[in-house]
Design a protein around this ligand. Structure first.
Ligand code: HEC
Ligand code: HEC
Length: 434
């Protein structure tokens, strides 16, 4: 399955101001359309959605219409059981498609009082997420590509969907999110939508004869919209301009970058890759690897009121195919750090509220655990309190982690400030001085 390679390739040489990105958006949408409908591009007999091939021009036109439809659907609260919750309510385009509020978990459901138990991720730069695999082979040593980096990729914090169209089912049907009872309920809402005519125009009237088809049309449109480069992966951060030689980092940002990459200091770049790929693809600030870092339990999440409940990521409960894999418990997918400065809550359970605290947690998890974890009844620190003791061998202990209480942290307070200054260069929309 080469899908992601197909999606990544067209970004080559995208300039930081994203002008080529716009063209690429169409190309990517086209790739999605072609992949989705199985059409061949060079055939000229096509009718929209007839299952027959269409010309390249027809495919582009269809992709543009799908994208416009997907954008309308994304912003439509009418697609939810409450009538008040759109995709954009949680994934706010003004905040890098992450929430604009500081709630760790957003409220949904039919009456907008139901909470899930995960923080809402940004939807930017997901075009580069490879499909989920348990064995991701890659090595920094060019000659040796045989290192198994373990489980990687997929969408959501536990990688349980491979394509945006599969993923869209979750929020549309989750009782604590958009709370539709069934695909048929979504289809009924689409029939009443102001853009129902657009759906007919793209898919033909037959799309309404079968609720599963109507639902599939909707998730396809949402997927194509999320492949729009200008909105979802514009590469317009200060760091992109810096990589293109069009701006300079301040001395503090440059120090932060060096600390970010230094294997003995931040070592952040080991997982949040900061360098362009060999083929020139801009850095994604994640390798999409699944890692257990043991963030503190978030007691503000209602599900956590039950002391027996744990969100263990890859081994469940939302993901079910690795339920017996104790070596996978506590692992979550490494998120991109692009636009991370726009976030108001951090990590899979949103327990940490500022970027500076998020960076500080890394260097103090093992050296000053009492600052991060509560105390048990006997007064000892309940370190790693959101991961049952039997899974703690899964925790990552390489720098910036490691050491024991009282040891010197891998980054000093001033160095943490430098790393945060660097992370602030990863926000899209930078305008260089002319
Ligand atoms: C109630 C808030 C909420 C709504 C509404 C919502 N989402 Fe999400 N979204 C989330 C959360 C929470 C996650 C993380 C889920 C997980 O890890 O299991 C997520 C994850 C995602 C992801 C995967 C992101 C990644 O990093 O891999 C995509 C894509 C996505 N949502 C798209 C959508 C679309 C499309 C809609 C509308 C149909 C939507 N979401 C509606 C909260 C929401
Ligand atoms: C061993 C791999 C690894 C290293 C090294 C690493 N991270 Fe992470 N990072 C992760 C994973 C995995 C998560 C998500 C963990 C979770 O939510 O449970 C994450 C999450 C984050 C988040 C939260 C982002 C969000 O969207 O909520 C920030 C901020 C972050 N890392 C910054 C850093 C910085 C800064 C460094 C270096 C000081 C660093 N990371 C080092 C793997 C790593």
């Amino acid at each position: 399955m080469l899908r992601h390679i197909v999606l990544i390739k067209p970004q080559l040489g995208v300039s930081p101001d994203g002008r080529r990105g716009l063209l690429m958006a169409a190309a990517l949408a086209l790739a999605g359309v072609l992949a989705g409908s199985g059409v061949r591009a060079e055939n000229t007999t096509g009718q929209p959605d007839s299952g027959l091939a269409m010309t390249r021009a027809q495919a582009y036109a269809r992709a543009a219409k799908l994208e416009a439809l997907g954008r309308k659907m994304f912003a439509d609260p009418g697609l939810s059981g409450s009538g008040k919750l759109a995709c954009a309510s949680c994934h706010d385009p003004q905040h890098g498609f992450a929430p604009g509020n500081d709630r760790a978990v957003q409220l949904g459901g039919k009456d907008l009082t139901q909470a899930g138990f995960r923080a809402t991720p940004s939807l930017k730069y997901l075009q580069a997420a490879p499909q989920f695999t348990e064995h991701y082979y890659e090595s920094e040593d060019e000659a040796d590509a045989s290192i198994d980096n373990g489980p990687s990729g997929g969408l959501t914090w536990d990688g349980r969907a491979d394509r945006a169209r599969e993923q869209a089912r979750f929020p549309l049907l989750a009782p604590f999110e958009m709370a539709n009872d069934s695909e048929a309920a979504v289809a009924a809402r689409l029939r009443k939508a102001s853009y129902a005519g657009d759906i007919t125009a793209i898919f033909g009237p037959a799309v309404w004869q079968d609720d599963a088809k109507t639902f599939a049309a909707a998730t396809e449109a949402l997927e194509v919209y999320q492949q729009n480069a200008a909105e979802f992966y514009p590469y317009t951060s200060k760091y992109d301009f810096y990589l293109a030689g069009r701006t300079k980092l301040t001395p503090q940002e440059a120090r932060g970058l060096a600390l970010f990459n230094d294997p003995d200091k931040g070592n952040c770049g080991n997982c949040h890759r900061s360098e362009p790929a060999d083929d020139g693809t801009p850095p994604q600030f994640t390798d999409f690897g699944m890692i257990a870092i043991g963030v503190p339990r978030n007691r503000a999440i209602p599900a956590n009121a039950d002391p027996r409940f744990f969100d263990l990521g890859l081994c469940g409960p939302l993901r079910t195919d690795f339920a017996g894999r104790t070596d996978y418990c506590g692992l979550f997918r490494t998120p991109s750090l692009r636009n991370v400065a726009l976030r108001r809550n951090f990590f899979h359970n949103g327990v940490i509220k500022t970027l500076r605290q998020a960076v500080t947690f890394y260097v103090e998890r093992d050296t000053a655990p009492a600052k991060w974890y509560p105390r048990k009844a006997d007064g000892t620190v309940d370190q790693y309190d959101d991961l049952p003791a039997r899974y703690r061998d899964n925790l990552n202990t390489e720098p910036p982690f490691g050491g024991k209480p009282g040891d010197k942290p891998a980054l000093s307070s001033a160095e943490i400030d430098d790393v945060v200054a660097f992370l602030n260069t990863l926000t899209d929309g930078y305008k260089p001085q002319p």
